[in-house]
Design a protein around this ligand. Structure first.
Ligand code: ME8
Length: 518
């Protein structure tokens, strides 16, 4: 049993959770649940990024203090994550005292270990509040930030603490070259290597005239106290969540993987490792960059006004169908679109017809032909193909080829198709009519239940609520989530008592939201 520490980006507390946030958290949840099925000791961190100008500005617009604003938003995110069945172990908020102490300790540790890494400099530049960073000329078109064209760039001129990022250029190049798994997918690693080729500029680490943040631990030489730059406060959340600087932090740090979106790759794969190296702390093992969920070809954002109501999308077919659809349709290594038409098609074809119908037919036949008791049987004829699919499934989820969650689902649906074909070929309903075929009938039903039991465990990371429903209706002992992947092929349902429940994915939809198990 290994330790596995997984994190997601912490979300800005300047609006409600949207479908892009949900996609990232669901993806990370799948990886966390997969590791639990392997018996790993998982720690799954998510949280809120509560400082910075976007938050302060939003609060001001609403006539609230920043603290009131973040206290109102954090529970809305937590509620959404519990609705979506996100099995996080820790929810960090950057306004927590322990986090602020950790950030100051990290900065002090950089001052102690590499005193030249911070220096004072007067600076003039264009600041984008949307990105919470200064923009270089190449990132500005018509006076606007390319990522946040609806925002006005701020001309900022002040004296700040600077972090000597440029010093880490060769170190980072070595990390990318010697540890290719450090930043994936490959396309992102190439993008970052190209940035290194252009040369890194030092970045400001503190801000004047802005107080909504962590006080920077050292005053400027003129005695002025400044506030820590928001990314210098946000990135360390992964470390402060482990209790840093208290000694026990080493039990958890370094993180096994940071799951983040493509717009914040540079912060996680260049600035964060440089900060850690400057503090002489180990780097995270991997950074995995997912793409964006698009709607009508555009990214979701509060400022661009592209809207798709998360509650509405969940209500359409329930939580688990929503989780399935997002991860099946939007590849976890690239951008993809959310469309209602595809959602309906996939719900009907993959969930209601292929998967739900298989489960309901098999349970009905066991009730009808063998009195509800699953007959004993030998390993199914499909065993070898199932076994090779299981190892492909594992390879798409364990990070060894990156995190290709959509591919893992494709593999699971291969097993669903194979089970349906098997039922069609062996025709248990016909065998039931011939007393002489009793042995064959029992073997076919035993095989089908065995495949369904495997499927319940394999879909568990993606659709935890439906997986448990299926497991219960098969009469499996305990819960699907307590099964172990390594024992999956030995799972023998002979003697289980099936219980016919409501359809897993009814064709006529209930209007209420379905709930997902945690
Ligand atoms: O960037 N599709 O917060 P955030 C997929 N606080 N992912 C998306 C997305 C979309 N349409 N839109 C946003 C921040 N995301 C910082 C992070 S981490 C130390 C600080 C992803 O609320 C985005 O890429 O703007 C990021 O990973 C996460 O949602 C939070 O975005």
């Amino acid at each position: 049993m290994g330790k596995f520490y997984i994190t997601t980006a912490i979300d800005y507390a300047n609006g409600d959770p949207h479908i892009g946030h949900a996609y990232e958290k669901i993806g990370a949840d799948v990886i966390a649940r997969f590791h639990r099925l392997r018996g790993d000791d998982v720690h799954f961190l998510i949280g809120m990024d509560e400082h910075g100008q976007t938050v302060a500005q939003k609060a001001a617009e609403r006539g609230l203090t920043p603290q009131q604003q973040v206290d109102e938003i954090a529970p809305r995110f937590r509620d959404m994550w519990s609705t979506l069945g996100i099995s996080y172990d820790q929810f960090i908020r950057t306004t927590e005292e322990a986090h602020k102490t950790g950030v100051r300790a990290l900065i002090k540790r950089i001052f102690d270990n590499n005193p030249d890494d911070f220096y004072e400099k007067s600076y003039r530049g264009l600041y984008c509040i949307g990105c919470e960073s200064f923009k270089q000329a190449s990132e500005v078109v018509d006076g606007r930030c390319v990522l946040h064209p609806s925002r006005v760039l701020e001309q900022v001129e002040e004296r700040n603490w600077f972090f000597r990022l440029s010093k880490y250029q060769e170190f980072l190049r070595r990390v990318f070259t010697e540890r290719p798994e450090f930043l994936q997918p490959e396309s992102k690693r190439n993008e970052m290597l190209a940035l290194l080729d252009q040369g890194l500029e030092d970045i400001s680490a503190s801000r004047a005239r802005f107080t909504w943040g962590v006080p920077f631990p050292a005053p400027l030489s003129n005695g002025e106290h400044q506030t820590t730059y928001v990314w210098f406060d946000a990135l360390p959340n992964y470390l402060t969540a482990t209790g840093f600087p208290a000694k026990g932090y080493r039990d958890r740090w370094p993180a096994d993987v940071h799951i983040i979106g493509k717009d914040i790759t540079r912060f996680h794969s260049i600035i964060w490792p440089a900060m850690l190296q400057a503090a002489e702390l180990p780097l995270p093992r991997r950074v995995w960059v997912h793409g964006f969920v698009l709607f009508g070809g555009e990214k979701f954002s509060k400022t661009a006004g592209v809207r798709l109501d998360l509650d509405e999308a969940i209500a359409r077919f329930g939580v688990d169908a929503f989780r399935y659809f997002l991860l099946r349709e939007v590849p976890f290594d690239a951008d993809g679109s959310f469309t209602w038409e595809r959602f309906e098609e996939r719900y009907t074809a993959d969930l209601a017809n292929a998967f739900g119908n298989l489960a309901s037919r098999v349970v009905t036949m066991v009730e009808k032909y063998t009195g509800g008791l699953v007959p004993a049987g030998v390993a199914p004829e499909t065993h070898a193909a199932d076994a090779s699919d299981l190892s492909a499934y594992t390879a798409f989820l364990d990070g060894s080829r990156g995190y290709l969650l959509h591919e893992a689902l494709r593999i699971v649906w291969n097993i669903v198709t194979r089970a349906n074909e098997y039922a069609q070929r062996r025709q248990p309903w016909a065998l039931a009519k011939e007393p002489a075929s009793r042995g064959d009938l029992e073997q076919v039903l035993a095989s089908l239940v065995r495949q369904l039991a495997r499927l319940a465990v394999l879909v568990f990371p993606f659709m935890p609520g439906k997986a448990e429903e299926l497991w219960q209706s098969l009469g499996g002992p305990g819960r699907a989530q307590d099964q172990r992947l390594e024992a999956l092929l030995r799972l023998d349902p002979g003697g289980w008592r099936v219980v016919k429940g409501p359809a897993l994915f009814p064709r006529e939809q209930p209007s209420a939201k379905a709930s997902s198990g945690r």
